[in-house]
Design a protein around this ligand. Structure first.
Ligand code: TYD
Ligand code: MG
Length: 466
């Protein structure tokens, strides 16, 4: 039996410290360090030597390895994000804030697979089987032969799973509730989460079952973060959405068997999550094209073009330090675009509050949105309505020049499909023959600002573009 000793583990990033501290030096989180009983890593006096080891066969890169067998669940957006289905023997971590719809998505996937004749086990550590059953009934899935269990002890779960035919899919909802008697820490601590995950991942690898671990992530990272599990699993999917919006986005952040940054879009309805196969149309459905401060961005998420509306409001501030608020985009990136607008286009924004919102609750991570954001900001500032038939994309450099971005052809084709006739983008975007819509090549930021200002019906009070 290994000796145990106390150590102080950050519940957010898993870093071990020798003493308690209010702030974790590794991840800079506050109040995240908790005392845990940890196993001594190597027994005192033990020497690692080559004599006790056995020889392992080393192989070349060339060889015959078939495609990993996959299990498609039939929910097309889910299958798209996993890269074409769950790979046998793989472990997937599905993270997301509480209440976003993780359990709903997984019971739907489990039921679809069970209906296709596969053995599927759904272990809930948070809800009683009656609750899971009630949800399934509401979703019209009660006839699917999913095997339900309400359990939190990993040893009991593994014994149950090893009994009978190997399940094709195992759902563990959630990994934070699991505990194993192999470690002494309380359930929910990093040590327990790590040990339980390790046991479930080992089960996946040895049995060939696909295992999905659910992990709650809170905004302040108080719960033992599944971050420590991220490097252990084969794929990390995150389920995102804004409270109050029905759109949910499933994003792959790491995938050993498929593309990363691929997204699946769902809408949460009274009958569970439904695939949204045409997200651009949905994100633009309630567009208010006749208002200043609104620009349509032709973006790419993974391999898929998505058009979204970017809304900006630039208003004179009554505060000493004007407000800058962003929903759905990077606030540092907004600061950069504002600084470039001030420095290179002469916009005086220092006395204005700036609000930026990506409509529909989508979170954009691409720098290609710079131009669309700049257009929306200038449009609001100059009180000028942007042309309804135009989409915007392109990256802005600190020098004020406009830089081309990848997948321009895809962006242009998607814009054409949705009825746009003009794109305002860096010169050289898309190949000539490939252009389904006209390209209004942007030489620089100044020309973008001048074009928008020329459309403006600026009120006399507003500070003009220099
Ligand atoms: P849930 O899957 O329990 O979230 P998680 O497991 O991520 O904590 O989803 C809970 C939310 O989803 C809840 O607020 C209600 C909503 N919901 C619907 O809108 N429609 C439905 O059909 C279901 C089952 C849930
Ligand atoms: Mg849940």
């Amino acid at each position: 039996m290994a000796r145990t000793r106390a150590s102080f583990i950050c519940q957010s990033c898993g870093a071990a410290h020798s003493r308690w501290n209010g702030r974790c030096e590794a991840c800079e989180g506050w109040n995240t360090i908790v005392e845990e009983a940890a196993q001594a890593p190597v027994a005192k006096g033990a020497v690692v030597s080559s004599r006790s080891g056995r020889l392992i066969p080393l192989e070349g890169l060339q060889g015959t390895t078939g495609q990993a067998p996959r299990l498609t669940c039939g929910i097309s957006e889910f299958d798209r994000v996993t890269g074409g289905g769950f790979v046998e023997g793989s472990a997937i971590l599905l993270g997301g804030e509480p209440g976003i719809g993780k359990s709903t998505l997984l019971i739907q996937a489990a039921a679809a697979l069970a209906r296709a004749g596969h053995r599927v086990v759904y272990i809930s550590g948070e809800e009683a089987t009656a609750q899971v059953r009630m949800r399934a009934e509401r979703l019209g899935l009660a006839d699917a032969s999913v095997e339900l269990g309400a359990e939190t002890n990993v040893e009991d779960i593994l014994a149950t799973l090893s009994n009978g035919a190997v399940p094709r899919l195992v759902v563990i909802d959630s990994i934070q509730t699991m505990w194993t008697s192999a470690v002494e820490s309380a359930p929910g601590t990093v040590t327990q989460v790590r040990a339980s995950s390790q046991a479930m991942i080992r089960f996946a690898k040895t049995s060939g079952a696909a295992v999905i671990l659910v992990g709650h992530v809170t905004k302040d990272g108080q719960i033992a973060g599944p971050r420590v599990v991220e490097h252990m699993v084969d794929a990390v999917l995150s389920f995102e959405g804004e409270q109050g919006h029905t759109f949910r986005v499933l994003r792959s952040q790491k995938n050993r068997f498929g593309p990363t940054d691929e997204i699946g879009v769902f809408s949460m309805t009274g009958r569970g999550l439904e695939d949204v196969s045409n997200p651009s149309a949905l994100f633009l459905s309630s567009r208010d094209a006749a208002a200043p401060g609104v620009a349509v961005f032709a973006g790419i998420e993974g391999t898929r073009p998505i058009l979204v509306e970017i809304q900006a409001l630039v208003a004179p501030s009554s505060l000493g330090t004007p407000r800058r608020a962003v929903v759905g985009w990077d606030s540092n990136r907004l600061s950069m675009v504002l600084a470039v607008l001030e420095a290179h286009a002469g916009l005086r924004l220092g006395g204005h509050d700036v609000y930026l919102n990506v409509a529909g609750g989508l979170r954009i991570q691409e720098p290609a949105a710079d131009i669309a954001v700049a257009a929306a900001l200038v449009s609001s500032f100059a009180n000028a309505i942007l042309p309804e038939e135009s989409v915007y994309f392109g990256e802005l450099s600190l020098s004020g020049s406009v830089r081309p971005v990848s997948h321009a052809g895809l962006r242009l084709r998607e814009a054409a499909r949705l009825g746009f006739s003009n794109a305002i983008a860096p010169a050289g975007s898309g190949e000539k023959g490939d252009r389904a819509i006209s390209l209004n090549a942007l030489p620089s930021l100044e020309s973008l600002v001048a074009d928008i200002a020329a459309r403006g019906v600026r009120s006399a009070k507003r500070a003009a573009v220099a």
